[in-house]
Write a protein that binds this ligand. Structure first.
Ligand code: PGA
Length: 256
């Protein structure tokens, strides 16, 4: 893992946006895995402002609430169109978001996995992290080899997401999420985490043991994961001085 600690969330997001832009310029038909939540909003704004060409890009979102109408303002479908897709020239046919109202969930999840494979696999996956260490909506105890399926949210996640819905009872209890195995198949990961409420999950992910109780910790097994942090999210890391030194002294040929 490469740990990139910047002076602010904005500075970290700018570096992450350049990494993504680099992939899109190098490979116009890139396949991106996308995330929702508060964390990537600024990233999407920066990408929009870069005026990249998205015509051939395909996207696969990590997750969606089960039972929430697509047009609900808090559906991840609505989120993605409002925060990214309506501002770029992506072909709507290349946009994939799990359908939380699919009549047959099991076959929908299987088909989602198939579509990712048919697209050639995910080149770069954007990730946030839950305060409980989840990636996608793979809550603690999720199988580290899991594929796209239905999951039940933890109380913690429903409390964390209550801010979007007014109160916790309004937060759907079930979701469709790419599995941890699905996420691990992506060729590259860009994980963003900002704020003191993420510090514990970040420290466990980066420096703790690999365990299904901290699903993001499996990223230690991935050959190309970059973790972008502000100082608050980095504050429980034991080796932050080392990570800062590494980043500041990267040889030019490593700076992509
Ligand atoms: P957040 O969510 O960006 O809204 O903090 C992150 C996540 O739950 O993965």
């Amino acid at each position: 893992m490469e740990i990139i600690i910047q002076a602010s969330a904005q500075a970290a997001t700018e570096i992450a946006s350049r990494t993504i832009a680099h992939v899109l310029r190098r490979k116009p038909h890139a396949v991106l895995g996308l995330a929702t939540g508060s964390t990537p909003v600024q990233l999407y704004k920066l990408l929009i402002d870069m005026n990249l060409d998205w015509r051939q890009v395909s996207s696969f979102n990590l997750d969606e609430y089960v039972g929430l109408p697509k047009a609900h303002p808090q559906s991840y479908h609505s989120f993605m169109w409002a925060n990214l897709f309506k501002h770029i020239n992506i072909d709507p046919q290349n946009v994939h978001i799990p359908d939380g109202n699919a009549p047959d969930m099991a076959s929908h999840c299987l088909a989602y996995e198939q579509k990712i494979r048919q697209a050639g696999g995910i080149d770069l996956q954007v990730l946030g992290i839950g305060t409980d260490g989840h990636i996608g909506f793979n809550e603690p105890s999720s199988s580290l080899g899991s594929r796209t399926r239905i999951k039940t949210l933890t109380r913690q996640t429903r409390q964390d997401n209550a801010r979007f819905f007014g109160n916790e009872d309004q937060v759907p209890s079930h979701v469709i999420t790419m599995g941890i195995g699905t996420i691990m198949d992506a060729r590259q990961h860009v994980l963003l985490a900002f704020g003191p409420h993420k510090a514990r999950a970040v420290a466990q992910t980066v420096e703790g043991p690999i365990t299904a109780m901290v699903p993001a910790s499996i990223l230690q097994m991935h050959p190309d994961t970059r973790v972008y942090l502000d100082p608050e999210a980095a504050e429980q890391l034991q080796r932050s001085d080392y990570y800062r030194w590494v980043f500041e002294h990267k040889p030019l040929w490593q700076r992509v």
